[in-house]
Write a protein that binds this ligand. Structure first.
Ligand code: 5AD
Ligand code: SF4
Length: 444
């Protein structure tokens, strides 16, 4: 979602004459779009700011200015603190207030013209009553044939480890019409694959002609009618929000990719309850079973947290057991990271770091084994690949399979933007390699 927001910020600033540069040292403005989900992500902010400060200083010596803005969830959560610790920061905007950047820049410009000097940075982190989506301009040239489209934001679930409900705010679903228009515009500009985004994307409950009741499944069905749109994905779903229309969408809609990111966090019911996850492990397995019945070739990925406060060896074994039962195509796993302001951060029974390290290594070894086996199961088979860009080596292209696997193929650059059938020849933990096959040779 930060990628989507970063692109929107670039779109907002374009009418003011800004263009994106790869060289931050020359930039008139640098926006650091930050993540607050785990401590590691947040820590990066100050080291990055230190680096950007040097660029600003170098420009100042040449009598030039650089506006530094910090956006994203760390800005939302720690904006005051950032302004206190890094006095050279000019602007703080949150994930719901960044649409005000043009006005903020005008204000900075005005101050400079009247000679008010830099003063204190501008803090813009209130959750506005209006939706930022009503103020975002039409998206400029998409960066790739695969684009993100935010349809839902925020979260009302309040898992006890998570900062998102505090930084992104309350759950909100965009109206169907605006999503459809944005999708059409993207497709007109050459986009072939759209990933619908939301922190709780399957809690989507948007309106159509002011009438409520549109679910994610219904929205996907509607978007699938856009002819030149080849592939649809969505992320991230919450197990407790999985509903019949979502499952049926996987059964009925060819364009919907047979791949679902469905975080479970832990395989222990005791821990899931402590986490306030609102589902059990057996409920999760039940959902997986229903999706597999609806779409037998569907594959799953998930998120896991190890070392949640109070997690015992037995709880952790339950997680390994669940992983063994599901057989994931891919997964993200993290050590629990205490986040300020969340209920779990103040619990007494924090798990020692070395236990977290050991559990993460064991879990990842199992998950990586499953991921490698999943990838290897494609060797000798044909899969459709949407080529996105040049690969790592000259003459090579990189594309994505329906399962989001990176696929590297020797192929002509004119194939970028096309869905091509590929014969998979090699597979590793993280990618596939293959060759282009002609229509006549497709066996599977
Ligand atoms: N510590 C570790 N991982 C976390 N996540 C969210 N909050 C924390 C935390 N405090 C993970 C969850 C979530 C993913 C986006 O990040 O697994 O699904
Ligand atoms: Fe965070 Fe997801 Fe839980 Fe919401 S549902 S609080 S975003 S982990």
């Amino acid at each position: 979602m930060n990628v989507y927001d970063s692109e929107r910020m670039a779109d907002l600033l374009k009418p003011l004459g800004f263009i994106i540069t790869e060289l931050p040292e020359d930039a008139d403005m640098v926006i650091l779009n930050t993540c607050h989900i785990r401590e590691k992500a947040s820590e990066k902010v100050y080291s990055e700011l230190g680096r950007i400060r040097e660029y600003k200083e170098a420009k100042r010596l040449k009598d030039q200015n650089m506006v530094i803005a910090v956006a994203g969830c760390t800005a939302q959560a720690e904006g005051e603190e950032i302004l206190r610790r890094a006095k050279y920061v000019d602007v703080i905007v949150g994930p719901q207030s960044y649409y005000r950047l043009p006005q903020i820049l005008a204000e900075i410009e005005r101050k400079t013209v009247v000679g008010e000097g830099p003063g204190r940075g501008i803090l813009e982190i209130d959750f506005p009553v209006e939706s930022k989506f009503d103020f975002l301009p039409e998206s400029a040239e998409p960066q790739s044939v695969s684009a993100f489209l935010s349809i839902q934001e925020g979260c009302d679930k309040f898992c006890h480890f998570c900062v998102v409900p505090y930084t992104r705010g309350a759950e909100y679903s965009r109206p169907v019409e605006t999503i459809y228009e944005e999708a059409c515009r993207l497709v007109e500009k050459g986009v072939q694959e759209i990933t619908l985004l939301g922190q709780n994307v399957n809690a989507y409950h948007g309106t159509f002609s002011d009438r409520e009741g549109w679910t994610l499944g219904r929205l996907i069905q509607y978007l699938s009618k856009i002819q030149a749109l080849k592939r649809i994905r969505y992320v991230t779903s919450h197990p407790a929000d999985v509903n019949e229309e979502q499952i049926n969408a996987h059964r009925d809609i060819e364009k919907l990719m047979p791949y679902l990111h469905l975080p479970i966090q832990s395989g222990s019911d005791r821990i899931l309850k402590l986490m306030n996850r609102k589902h059990t492990a057996s409920y999760y397995l039940d959902v997986i079973g229903k999706l597999r019945s609806a779409r037998p070739d569907i594959a799953f990925s998930s998120d896991f947290i190890v070392g949640y406060p109070g997690e015992t060896d037995k709880d952790f074994e339950d997680t390994l057991e669940l992983v063994a039962k599901v057989n994931f195509a891919s997964a993200f796993s993290f050590k629990y990271s205490p986040r300020p302001g969340t209920p779990a951060s103040v619990l007494d029974d924090q798990v020692p770091e070395e236990v977290k390290t050991e559990r993460l290594a064991r879990l990842q070894s199992l998950l990586f084994e499953q991921q490698t086996a999943f990838n290897q199961s494609f060797i000798g088979k044909s899969i459709s690949v949407l080529f996105e860009k040049q690969g790592r080596h000259p003459g090579q292209l990189m594309g994505r399979s329906p399962y989001l696997q990176s696929v590297y193929v020797e192929a002509a650059p004119r194939l970028i933007g096309q869905c091509v059938n590929i014969l998979v020849t090699h597979a590793s933990q993280n990618s596939l390699t293959g060759t282009v096959i002609t229509q006549e040779k497709i066996a599977i």
